[in-house]
Design a binder for this molecule. Structure first.
Ligand SMILES: CC(C)(COP(=O)(O)OP(=O)(O)OC[C@H]1O[C@@H](n2cnc3c(N)ncnc32)[C@H](O)[C@@H]1OP(=O)(O)O)[C@@H](O)C(=O)NCCC(=O)NCCS
Length: 232
């Protein structure tokens, strides 16, 4: 299977692609982790904790422990930073697995070389520009779409939609009835992309929460019945 449209070729993963595919996936996963970190930093800086924690600690040091005003101010800021760093550490421990490489990407060729699974790559001028994978779920006839990654240099050229479209064609061949996937509420590009590809939101789940940090996932489903177009 090789689907060519303009300069983009969509084809199945080959064994020799594996090192380049792993590099691409790791790069995009690091980028996503970095973006998520800054989302939570902004969320913290605009939360009431940024004022209330040092203020509470200042009162504790100054009025209760009778420390000088300057020393209380310094200690309260230092303690608040430590306190928030510890809270963020616990939060990050809960979600960091989402941005880890994942068992399937250690050897994607082997992992997806199974009857109900596949891994597609988008190739542009000989370069691997994007990936998408599909595997079975516990529900019969329902596939799961994952590893939707496009290299930053190749974005906004329709590669993600092309990959999704090709994966739907492959899913139909495998007799899947629908495709499910999930992404984060903070991933606006992906949310827009999946909506454009005809996915419907079926639920939302709180994955981890340590106020003001919270990490929610949005669950999407696409019914493959009688729908041959991605953008329709
Ligand atoms: C999300 C991602 C896969 C989109 O790939 P892409 O090839 O640039 O997407 P496309 O060019 O096919 O665009 C498809 C639609 O996605 C949405 N989209 C893509 N990039 C966007 C952006 N920067 N801002 C807003 N919407 C965007 C748009 O709806 C777009 O349709 P349009 O161009 O007609 O407006 C890519 O940005 C990416 O790899 N992001 C990091 C990894 C990730 O978050 N993957 C999803 C994991 S669940």
């Amino acid at each position: 299977m090789a689907k060519k449209d303009s300069d983009i070729v969509i084809r199945h993963l080959m064994e020799e692609d594996v090192p380049k595919v792993r590099d691409l996936c790791q790069r995009v996963q690091h980028e996503s982790a970095r973006n998520e970190f800054f989302v939570h930093l902004r969320r913290y800086l605009s939360s009431r904790y940024v004022i209330t924690t040092p203020a509470f600690l200042f009162c504790l040091f100054h009025f209760f422990l009778q420390m000088g005003a300057l020393q209380s101010l310094k200690s309260s800021i230092q303690s608040a930073i430590i306190c928030e760093a510890v809270r963020f550490f616990f939060f990050w421990q809960k979600i960091k697995g989402v941005f880890g490489e994942g068992e399937d990407l250690k050897d994607p060729f082997l992992y997806y070389h199974k009857p109900a699974r596949f891994f597609l790559v988008a190739v542009v001028d000989g370069e691997i520009a994007g990936t998408v994978a599909v595997r079975e779920t516990e529900e019969p006839n329902v596939a799961k779409l994952l590893r939707m990654f496009v290299h930053p240099s190749f974005r906004r050229r329709g590669i993600a939609l092309r990959l999704i479209d090709a994966s739907h064609d492959e899913c139909r061949k495998l007799k899947y009835q629908s495709v499910s996937l999930r992404t984060h509420t903070t991933n606006e590009k992906a949310l827009s992309c999946y909506e454009k590809a005809g996915y419907a939101i079926v639920g939302k789940r709180n994955f981890a929460s340590v106020y003001p940090h919270s990490f929610d996932t949005i669950h999407f489903v696409k019914d493959l019945h009688g729908d041959k177009t991605t953008n329709g």
